[in-house]
Write a protein that binds this ligand. Structure first.
Ligand code: ATP
Ligand code: MG
Length: 616
């Protein structure tokens, strides 16, 4: 992808690759193109690792033209919304000769689970991205910057830009004011830097109770932007941190930590979701103060906001997804109904399909809902050209060819074949048998067919009292047959369908299409059929916006989101590998389950139907 870098130094190749770059532009690409043309970040140096101004100053000019980052909190599994952010941040770095940092935003001393850390790294790599660039591993954790963050806090105090506030939480809230009312200065706001410094050190040294005081930036209590009304930047919290243990009992607030993390890592374009828009002035304020003080490298990173992904029928909140797991509404984070990356992967989604989705939905500055069918469409598109074809019978009923023994000989099995992929003849053929008995789908037979039904029906008298002959139908890749009747049990359920085989009609033999038929059905010969567990998944929610307006999303769960059936599949599927994708002809795309599928124990998940059937 770096070949499409528009600032590529080899002019001849650059000109041609830029011209063929198929990626649609968006406001972020335009900002980056502008910054590259203007040389906004051309003077930066890179110290070889994250660090302060002095560290970077002694380094060489930054080999990365831009730096972006993907900064998840390791408190759950990543979901489809994160996939959008990953494709965006890593994709922009790739396309513009930059580097994207993988950063764990772990400044909250919450219990971080190594399970989450590993799953996040795995998800990013599975999507096809990495954090290795210019001989360096750009894998970072924000908690490694705690020492610097503390130093920055002391600096702000010394420069008169921060103070320790001992108002109660209630007073602090009341004195913040609201949209129509300016805030009121804290009585502690006029403390001297020396007093503030002493207080902060006491906070750090565990001499005060949790919540008894906070460090606040000193900006403007009358600012129309409430985020600038002296925001808290450090709080006391006695908690053991997974990385720093009990070293700290004060922790930086996210809004203070995040800009510093970006600056230490020489990030140029810090891309976040729209809800952080009102934080941008504080981001810029903090960068300016710390650059003035000589602590951080200039020019500083800049924050840009884009619309988060909202997908219908889907929850995109780690916390809410965790609740589904904890409450056993689904079978784990990787349940194929989950919008987690592990869930989507198990459902049959490929990295290409998620990248196509990210590209197709684009990047905008206003919130909107993307229809779930857009995601499914991307999967269908990528699987159509790659998935191996196979025949499967999901709801089997036996079809008996009553003249088989006379025509072909008793116990005779004839060879049939079909392309592995209809558009890739080079992939070869799959072979299977046809015999006297074959399995067909129950829905392919109607005793009294509705109008326009072209599959199997026996001779009958229709509503207009006309005698109708049994239908002639092709068994796909096999022969033409004529339906003659069916057998039912005492309850009226059809237990067997009968037909006769028409001679000289086998697919691929001369004259086989002399008899024209309107219906073609899929089937599997009883003689070489395999049994498989098939998990028919549907949307997890029937409610298009399951958590909108604070709704209880549990109420919107689809009670029919999983149906497990025992199906019949063709013999070529004996060698299906876990994670291999198939198109079961006429049924949809299926994947051999990554977890439960094994040789001799076939398990397939429905990935997506052949066409969009929802909302119809
Ligand atoms: P959650 O509420 O699910 O925990 P989050 O935003 O807190 O989500 P983080 O782990 O902090 O999750 O997110 C890492 C990155 O992923 C952030 O830069 C965030 O902007 C991005 N991100 C998270 N959710 C979405 C979404 N729905 N659409 C686009 N980007 C998202
Ligand atoms: Mg979060």
């Amino acid at each position: 992808m770096s070949a499409s870098n528009p600032t590529h130094t080899k002019p001849s190749t650059a000109a041609t690759t830029v011209a063929t770059d198929p990626k649609p532009s968006n406001f972020l690409r335009q900002i980056i193109e502008h910054d590259l043309a203007a040389g906004t970040y051309a003077t930066r140096h890179w110290g070889g690792s994250p660090g302060d101004a002095a560290h970077h100053a002694q380094g060489a000019p930054d080999p990365a033209k831009i730096r972006t980052r993907f900064p998840p909190e390791p408190n759950g599994y990543l979901h489809i919304g994160h996939a959008k952010s990953i494709c965006l941040n890593f994709g922009l770095a790739q396309d513009f000769g930059g580097v994207c940092h993988m950063r764990f935003d772990d400044t909250n001393p919450e219990k971080e689970d190594v399970e989450y850390v590993n799953s996040i790294l795995d998800a990013v790599q599975w999507l096809g991205f990495g954090w290795q660039a210019n001989g360096t591993t750009h894998l970072y954790q924000a908690s490694d910057y705690f020492d610097f963050m503390y130093r920055a806090a002391e600096h702000l105090i010394e420069a008169g830009h921060a103070y320790v506030d001992e108002q109660s939480a209630d007073d602090m809230r009341a004195n913040r004011g609201d949209f129509g009312k300016p805030g009121v200065n804290s009585p502690f706001r006029t403390r001297t830097p020396a007093d503030n410094l002493a207080r902060l050190r006491e906070m750090r040294d565990a001499q005060h109770a949790d919540g008894s005081m906070v460090l606040r930036a000193k900006i403007d209590m009358a600012s129309p932007n409430i985020n600038l009304r002296d925001p808290a930047i450090y709080r006391i919290r006695r908690a053991t941190h997974h990385n720093t243990g009990d070293k700290w009992c004060i922790y930086p607030m996210y809004t203070f930590a995040h800009p510093i993390e970006d600056a230490l890592e020489n990030i140029t374009h810090s891309i976040c979701t729209l809800e952080f828009e009102d934080q941008r002035p504080f981001y810029d304020w903090l960068m300016a103060r710390l650059i003035e003080g000589g602590l951080l490298n200039a020019p500083p990173p800049k924050q840009y906001e884009f619309a988060r992904l909202n997908l219908t029928y889907v929850l995109t909140s780690k916390r809410k997804l965790a609740q589904l797991v904890v409450d056993h509404k689904v079978n784990g984070w990787d349940d194929p109904r989950m919008p987690t990356i592990v869930g989507l992967r198990r459902r049959g989604y490929t990295a290409d399909s998620l990248k196509l989705f990210a590209e197709r939905i684009g990047v905008t500055k206003s919130d909107s809902w993307i229809d779930y069918s857009t995601l499914e469409g991307c999967l269908r598109e990528t699987l159509d050209s790659s998935a191996t074809r196979a025949m499967a019978v999901l709801d089997p009923v036996k079809l008996v060819l009553t003249n088989w023994d006379d025509l072909m000989g008793a116990n005779f099995l004839d060879d049939c074949s079909a392309p592995i992929h209809p558009h890739h003849p080079e992939l070869g053929k799959r072979s299977f048998k046809i015999g006297k008995e074959v399995w067909i789908d129950r829905s392919d037979f109607e005793e009294t067919p509705p109008k326009g039904f072209f599959r199997l029906f026996p001779p009958h008298v229709n509503v207009s009292k006309q005698a109708i002959a049994g239908s002639k139908v092709r068994l796909k890749y096999g022969h033409v047959i004529e339906c003659t009747g069916c057998t039912k049990d005492a309850d009226g359920n059809i237990t067997e369908v009968q037909a006769t085989l028409l001679p000289d009609t086998k697919s691929g033999t001369p004259g086989s299409d002399a008899i024209k038929v309107k219906g073609v059905i899929t089937w599997v010969a009883v003689a070489d059929s395999l049994s498989a567990e098939v998990r028919l998944y549907d949307r997890l929610f029937t409610d298009a916006q399951p958590d909108a307006g604070g709704k209880d999303f549990i109420e919107g769960l689809n009670p029919n989101s999983l149906k497990v059936i025992q199906a019949i599949v063709e013999p070529s599927l004996a060698s299906a590998c876990a994670d291999e994708k198939f198109q079961f002809e006429r049924h949809g795309y299926f994947v051999a389950d990554r977890v439960d599928h094994a040789p001799g124990k076939l398990v397939f998940n429905l990935a997506v139907g052949l066409r969009d059937s929802w909302g119809k």
